[in-house]
Design a protein around this ligand. Structure first.
Ligand SMILES: [Zn+2]
Length: 329
């Protein structure tokens, strides 16, 4: 079939908001005859306080989210139709969204099979596993040692200098896995003052996973130490704490909070003690407070875990790393 035309009207007649919502596994509460309401599923939604801002009218086949930040992130649009919804979910154009819906319709004439397609769409949202891995990574590169990592730690995490081709050339690469341990991306750290400091593949969604989560889960540990960066994780590992995972930034996304709430009973927040980290710590503590036990490590102002020696890390964590009570669930 030709892929360069879109029959908007025909697609709109065939695909309901109901179909699209179930496709993305969005669950809402009925609040009226045709009206449903609940937590906003859009990637533009950053507010964690509004759990009731998203509403859908099945009669009109329309949706809206009333969260001000969510509206602002969608260039002032309050809501829309199925195309707008898919475009926002996929972060693509209206036309691409329509093409995607059309494709699933023409390939398989029934809504039943749209849900088969759910798998591939969900995969695209989930950072698809890579079909390759980089070779000839130098774990002994001076930059690795300059950040205070042993060669053994670098090998364990697969971290090292990459001199091959592509956008990671000349950087220290850090393999990133999903919670199942599948390799989904490499981040490339500049070794000099080159910008950007970190490079990630286009389309990679770091807010959809936590760095090192699959290893933190390995020993059945129900406590997670949450840090901001890759190197924080490495330093904690060297200090003997293998249950650390990193946000890859300071902002905790809803998805990351869900992952932590799913796998752990307790989270120890060890974010940077700068302005961003402090704000993120209090936001994360609020988010987690209703989900699991939260504890906060107080770092000296202006410091971050990757600057600390193992002894300092152990001192900070000694008070509550292993003996704090966990809530009943
Ligand atoms: Zn929203």
């Amino acid at each position: 079939m030709p892929v360069d035309w879109v029959d908007f009207k025909s697609i709109k007649g065939k695909v309901s908001m109901e179909t699209v919502l179930s496709h993305y596994d969005v669950r809402l509460r009925r609040v009226g005859a045709n009206e449903f309401r609940g937590k906003c599923p859009l990637p533009t939604h950053s507010s964690t306080s509004s759990n009731n801002s998203f509403s859908v009218n099945f009669g009109r086949n329309a949706w809206s989210c009333q969260s001000a930040s969510c509206i602002a992130a969608r260039a002032g649009r309050v809501g829309g139709n199925v195309f707008d919804f898919v475009a926002e979910m996929e972060r693509c154009s209206i036309r691409e969204a329509a093409l995607q819906l059309q494709h699933s319709l023409t390939e398989n004439q029934t809504p039943r099979v749209i849900s088969r397609k759910e798998k591939s769409v969900a995969h695209r949202l989930e950072n698809r596993p890579l079909s390759f891995s980089l070779r000839n990574i130098d774990h002994q590169h001076p930059y690795v040692a300059s950040r205070g990592l042993s060669e053994q730690t670098a090998r364990y995490f697969g971290v090292g200098y990459y001199d091959g081709n592509g956008f990671l050339r000349g950087r220290v690469v850090i393999p990133i896995h999903n919670e199942h341990g599948e390799l989904v991306a490499y981040s490339g750290r500049a070794i000099a003052q080159t910008k950007p400091k970190y490079r990630l593949p286009a389309g990679f969604r770091k807010s959809h996973l936590l760095f090192n989560l699959h290893r933190a889960l390995q020993n059945g540990n129900r406590t997670l130490i949450l840090v901001e960066g890759f190197f924080d994780t490495f330093k904690l590992h060297e200090a003997g704490h293998h249950n650390a995972a990193a946000l890859m930034g300071s902002k905790l996304s809803d998805r990351q909070a869900d992952l932590i709430g799913t796998y752990f009973d307790r989270v120890i927040l060890m974010l940077d003690a700068d302005e961003a980290g402090k704000a993120a710590t209090s936001a994360a503590a609020t988010t987690f407070s209703s989900i699991l036990a939260v504890q906060i490590v107080e770092l000296a102002s202006g410091t971050q875990p990757d600057q600390l020696a193992s002894e300092e890390i152990n001192q900070l964590l000694a008070g509550f790393a292993h003996d704090a009570p966990t809530p009943d669930r």
